[in-house]
Design a protein around this ligand. Sequence first.
Ligand code: ZN
Length: 313
Amino acid sequence: MQVRLRPPRLELESKQHYVREGGSGVVVFRVGAETTISGVRAGTVESLSYPIPGGGTGERFALFAIPWELSDSAQVRLFAEDEAGNRVEQPFVDLFKKSPPREDTLELTDAFLEKVVPAIASATPGFDASGTLLEQYLRINGELRRSVLAQIAALARDSEPRVLWQGAFQQMPNTQRRAGFAENRTYLYQGRVVDHQTHLGLDLASTERAPVPAANSGKVVFAGWLSIYGNVVILDHGYGLLSLYGHMSAVDVNVGETVSRAQRLGTSGSTGLAGGDHVHLEIFVQGKSVDPLEWLDEHWIRDNIATKVKLPS
Ligand SMILES: [Zn+2]
């Protein structure tokens, strides 16, 4: 048995880490040969690192997520661990911006429950369809929502160790931004509060059955029915970055296909937990939902990603 008394070596290399609640970031660092696992811990969420292509010995970077529910910057640490489980952590965030809380109230009508509940219940194997429509709805909005998010987190683990995207992510053309990221929703039924959930995407509405383009180039890792999201396409953009397009009426691509930016993925609709026709755009970093607005902003990408790691041009 090998006994290691020294903590693993961990040296921060990048500078100016300005992050926000629910945001993303990149950090570059160097670890010793004894390190088996390293990355960023933000609260209980870990974003793992990758070797820098063409980098020096032990040089790595992590594309990391700051959970929307984390408000304490002291909880964001770089970490490295060796085989024996010795762990070293260090702070690296220079500026932590809080996001203003956003609240919304949704009235659940019988017409809405009749539209969404049987469609999701019948298409979800093993779903407990007992009780009233409201009881079933609460299972869909709670347990099913959590299990789908876990399923997406599993897809992120197989993300390609390559940058598959280029430039800013594109908002679907001619769309208006409706519900935003990390909006706290209170659900009412007949005037009574029945549920609370957090909306983790950006809702984009244009005309009914509008073409839905890829926000950036990538590889299709999911295409089809995914309960609360209805018909969806999920793209892998590499290094744990995924984009999801939800509630589509039709899907035009298949798993394994490579798509270019603006390529048509399908047609907008209102499948899954959607009242009207719109696209729910959600961005995941290593399985955690992050604010899509950063990825839609070329200045943010330039200042926070491109200054730290080399991107394809
Ligand atoms: Zn949405």
